[in-house]
Design a protein around this ligand. Sequence first.
Ligand code: ATP
Length: 337
Amino acid sequence: NTRVLTGITTSGTPHLGNYAGAIRPSIRASAQAGVDAFYFMADYHALIKCDDPQRIARSRLEIAATWIAAGLDTDKVTFYRQSDIPEIPELCWMLTCVTPKGLMNRAHAYKASVDQNQLKQLDPDDGITMGLFSYPVLMAADILMFNANKVPVGRDQIQHLEMTRDIAQRFNHLYGRGKDYFVLPEVQIEEEVATLPGLDGRKMSKSYDNTIPLFEGGAGAMRAAVMRIVTDSRQPGQPKDAEGSHLYTLYRAFATHEESARFRLDLEQGLGWGEAKELLYKRIEQDLAPMRAQYAELMARPDRIEDILQAGAVKARKLSSVFMSQLREAVGLRQPA
Ligand code: ATP
């Protein structure tokens, strides 16, 4: 079987981009025969970006409830919180010890922060934590812990996957003695899945506070957020550039090819932005409304979410605890019987 693994950072309320870019395709993939799916709440990763404990706690619940309300079969997949698997940070340390610092110096996320600092004429490392610097190693631990073969990611993550392969190869080479502990994971680029723009036109992202939340706040909040999407100043009756508009990108992420072609034509023929937003809102609601009730029920019963996550942790740890003892043995940290 092919092992597929993906995680969502618990740094805020899940949004349309998380749904269309990760949750929906992952649920479809997990239903296929021959696929063993590992889907997790990346709550250790969240600590890198967010130091608000309440926000993190709330986000863990919201993201778990979202996966379940969106139809994830939690019996079939392995569904867990990263922080419930103590073998992950343990492996992270082992990998840290074989990861060349120079490799991390080249990581995009770190380099982008350094560049920002230089632009602002600050110390290059200003505000950069070791968490941000070495986060590709934690990501490698997430993936290698379960020897995932396929990791669906956006283009910005390709480099981190290559780093995971480098780190895995290095560990295999140093400690394998003819045996490969780690499978080299492959990226799976979702060509079909667009990066959804947020309210301000940048990538929709929990960290930018520019998101359209999936379920939180109900249909009213969804409508209000859609009405706030930035558009150009063209008036009703004036032709609009569909390809260049955020509204069209969002619409396409939910509609069929035929519906999108119709929407595009309407825009090109002068549909007003206000009406276009109304259509977008209705199209999104058509998909989400049926899930929202279940989401609300789940959020009212955190104990039920907890039960599901505890069961997921047990399932995951059956694999991680056995594998971790082999890895301890490999590096010379065998535990006395
Ligand atoms: P953060 O700001 O904490 O990184 P995020 O909302 O940008 O959060 P992640 O939790 O890092 O997203 O990503 C979870 C998944 O959601 C990933 O598979 C990612 O590709 C997908 N995703 C996130 N944002 C978008 C977006 N705007 N469009 C499409 N997919 C997205």
